[in-house]
Design a protein around this ligand. Structure first.
Ligand code: ATP
Ligand code: MG
Length: 302
């Protein structure tokens, strides 16, 4: 069907559409009348699933899929890059959380731009002074600003496995030199534009991951979701203070609870994490909505 083995999700039945693939968060459908793998368009439905530490949790965050979809749609309009959204003519059951998109032949790389050093970038820097092979100045700390922002690709891993940071040269070997250069350019364009829009709203866009693919005519098109709390690190500019972990508009409550004493879970045990308590769910939901409302200046209506 053109899709690899995906996440084993309980995708809903939708009239006129056939389930084709599920990632950790999104379910993809093809028009029922088209032969598998052949349709020009796909229905991309964002579920309320949440993943942390490479596990899809048993607990869902109500409205998360709608928030991610609405925020992505808002960004697609702000960015001046060709994107995959075709229409919002979607089945009633998934209204708000779904969009009809061009089917793309996705590049198997995650295109990451970092304007601040943290996460896996910081870990590599502490080991080697580099991030995906790019040498950085000495003395940087958690949260240090990187000026200019850097492009740090990673190779997409299968479900349950960790994406792996790769150098630009490795990326060029995987997808070709010219496409690699173009994706780097586009990714840094997206980052710069989004960073400046977010900054006007008091939010620092520390880093972001985007995915591109080729459309039927061979044009490079921005796909997947964009600039959501799942794909990006958003920090409150008012509380920014390099040298420590920054409070962020994302899964922080989930990660903190999972790794804290109350969950009884050991991240390195290989076992699936436990269900989330109601207050962690409620706080996480509120955080996603706050990110949407702060960035777009609009009220979220479920
Ligand atoms: P994956 O399942 O690829 O390992 P994931 O768990 O992050 O990653 P999701 O984000 O939940 O997956 O699912 C979205 C999937 O749909 C991703 O594999 C993404 O590359 C793919 N995708 C996004 N937009 C398109 C598109 N326009 N055409 C084809 N595939 C797309
Ligand atoms: Mg994804």
């Amino acid at each position: 069907t053109g899709f690899s083995q995906g996440f084993d999700a309980q995708a809903v039945e939708l009239p006129g559409w056939r389930h084709a693939y599920s990632g950790k968060v999104r379910d993809l459908y093809e028009p029922a009348e088209a032969a598998p793998g052949e349709s020009a368009n796909l229905l991309v439905v964002a579920s309320d699933r949440i993943s942390a530490y490479d596990f899809v949790l048993d607990t869902e965050i109500p409205d998360k899929g709608a928030v991610l979809t609405q925020l992505s749609l808002w960004w697609f309009e702000q960015l001046q890059v060709p994107h995959h959204v075709v229409s919002l003519d979607v089945p009633e059951a998934v209204a708000g959380r779904a969009m009809v998109c061009q089917r793309l032949d996705m590049y198997e790389v995650e295109c990451i731009a970092r304007g601040y050093l943290t996460g896996s970038g910081l870990a590599e820097y502490r080991e080697s002074g580099t991030v995906t092979g790019i040498e950085l100045p000495e003395g940087l700390v958690d949260g240090s600003k990187l000026d200019p922002a850097i492009f740090t690709p990673s190779a997409k891993a299968d479900v349950g496995e960790h994406d792996e940071n790769i150098t630009f040269e490795q990326m060029a070997r995987l997808i070709g030199d010219t496409p690699a250069q173009r994706l780097r350019e586009l990714t840094l364009d997206v980052y710069r534009r989004a960073e400046s829009l977010a900054r006007e709203r008091g939010i620092i866009l520390a880093d972001t991951k985007v995915e591109f693919g080729l459309d039927a005519t061979g044009r490079i098109v921005l796909g997947d979701e964009v600039l959501t709390p799942d794909s990006s690190r958003f920090w409150d500019a008012a509380q920014y203070e390099p040298g420590r972990a920054q409070p962020s508009f994302d899964k922080q409550f989930v990660r903190d609870w999972l790794t804290g004493p109350d969950s009884g879970w050991d991240r390195h045990s290989g076992e699936a994490p436990p269900a989330l308590p109601a207050d962690v769910v409620a706080k996480t939901r509120a955080r996603y909505i706050e990110a949407y409302e702060t960035l777009t200046g609009q009220t979220f209506t479920p």
